[in-house]
Design a protein around this ligand. Structure first.
Ligand code: FAD
Length: 411
């Protein structure tokens, strides 16, 4: 295991024994079948109608200035609380509106840009509405009267909906309490059975030198949410599944420690919950082994299994910023190929009949080749993707709302 990791690996502090890792050679043999599977999915996806706003956003992002325009709009027009500041930015950005947008949207942006400095209270909300329409397939309005109908529309047989309450970075205890209250409201709903939380949302930023204090504080802040979910066991809707998302590398050890401490709490012994691991970290396999060995003990003692969602990792630019600020090597793999290999390495270890008894796996991503490979591994290793009786599936495939919807339907 040690020789598998790349040079810039920052190794986790807890050493692990040498576990049995399935021979990766059969994975290579599955490659042609995976490519064929992707062809089939793409063929099936062609018949799936694409959403209007998805087509618009894809078109905008194909424009050479599309990404800059969209990011600039979100940062400078949507984010500022002061309409006068947003209006100035809107005037700057409006002439750069991508030509791909249909003319009513372009006209609204153009008029908004010209009028913004004179009547910011009117022009800014109108322009923000245009952007909201552009991303309406990616996010759902969480207000009381909109959320229920949106959930009803999205829930289809065989699909579970994981709801992630988005918002700005949490900078203080008041904001953290507000976010926790918002997630609590979601858990209390009968139509929500799966939510995501983040350690960074549970408390104000902590000192990296106060690891124990931060773990205790975050655990105490999250515990009531998990207790609420546990108290729902036996109700018709059942316990809401809570997933602890993973963010930046500096929070990896803390997120693992908080998760295990929460799940070791006696009243949560029979609650199933999940955590995310990022394969772009060379540490991912060590972390998976650590969770596996801990969860196997928990299950042997009569506890519930856990679920680990395996992703590649979404914070690459931030990891590079951190590395450049400190002069340290980046914590992430050195190349896309290393990340892709590590993703397969983690799945190869985790996707066995014995291991999924204590750690169910979420294969999350939009790379159809990796999904197809995982799909074939699941088939060849005799694992389940469907709930059998009271037992949840060994493996779930997870995608983000609105991204490649046709392909998601085909998978
Ligand atoms: C349902 C779901 C839940 C998710 N939850 C989380 C989460 O909790 N935390 C989180 O961090 N992410 C999460 N993600 C995002 C995920 O980590 C990936 O960013 C995203 O899925 C893109 O990866 P891919 O396999 O779909 O696509 P691909 O195009 O195959 O891979 C892109 C990924 O490769 C890696 N990569 C790209 N270039 C390089 C490079 N030069 N060096 C090293 N690595 C590189 C990056 O991780 C990048 O995101 C989630 C994704 C999904 C679908």
């Amino acid at each position: 295991m040690v020789q598998d990791v790349t040079e810039n690996n920052v190794r986790m502090s807890i050493p692990v024994a040498h576990p049995v890792i399935p021979d990766p050679a059969p994975l290579k043999a599955l490659a042609p079948a995976a490519v064929e599977q992707v062809r089939t999915w793409l063929h099936e996806a062609r018949n799936h109608p694409t959403n209007f706003s998805a087509r618009q956003l894809a078109g905008v992002l194909k424009d050479p200035d599309g990404l800059d325009f969209t990011v600039g709009f979100v940062d400078r027009v949507v984010r500022p609380e002061d309409p006068a500041i947003a209006a100035e930015a809107l005037r700057d950005l409006a002439p750069r509106t991508p030509g791909f947008l249909p003319w009513p949207m372009r006209a609204a942006m153009g008029a908004g840009g010209r009028l913004a400095p004179a009547v910011p209270q009117l022009a800014v909300p109108a322009a923000r509405k245009v952007l909201r329409e552009l991303v309406s397939h990616l996010i759902v309005d969480a207000t009381e009267d909109r959320l229920g109908p949106a959930i009803r529309k999205l829930k289809t047989p065989g699909t579970r909906l994981n709801i992630n309450l988005l918002g700005e970075a949490i900078l203080g205890r008041g904001e953290a309490a507000k976010r926790m209250a918002g997630i609590r409201t979601l858990i209390e709903r009968d139509d929500v059975d799966y939510v995501s939380v983040k350690v960074s949302a549970a408390t104000a930023p902590h000192s990296p030198w106060a690891f124990e204090e931060a773990v205790t504080e975050v655990t105490e802040s999250l515990l009531p949410l998990y207790e609420l979910a546990a108290s729902q066991a036996g109700t018709p809707a059942g316990s809401t599944f809570i997933n602890l998302d993973m963010e930046e590398y500096h929070d990896l050890d803390m997120t693992l420690a908080v998760f295990m401490r929460l799940m070791d709490t006696p009243q949560l012994r029979t609650l199933e919950a999940g955590i995310v691991l990022q394969a772009y970290l060379p540490d991912a396999l060590d972390a998976m082994i650590r969770l596996q060995e801990w969860s196997a003990r928990r299950v042997a003692d009569g506890g519930a299994p856990i679920k680990v969602r395996v992703v590649k990792g979404a914070n690459l630019p931030m990891e590079h910023v951190q590395a450049s600020l400190t002069g340290w090597p980046a914590a992430t793999c050195a190349s896309k190929q290393d990340t892709d290999t590590n993703y397969k390495r983690v799945l190869n270890y985790a996707l066995t009949e014995e291991r999924t008894r204590s750690v169910r796996i979420g294969v999350a991503g939009h790379n159809l080749f990796d999904i197809a490979l995982a799909w074939l591994m699941v088939r060849d290793r005799g694992l389940s993707t469907e709930q059998v009786g009271g037992r949840r599936p060994d493996v779930e495939f997870e995608m983000l709302l609105g991204m490649a919807t046709g392909q998601a339907e085909a998978v």
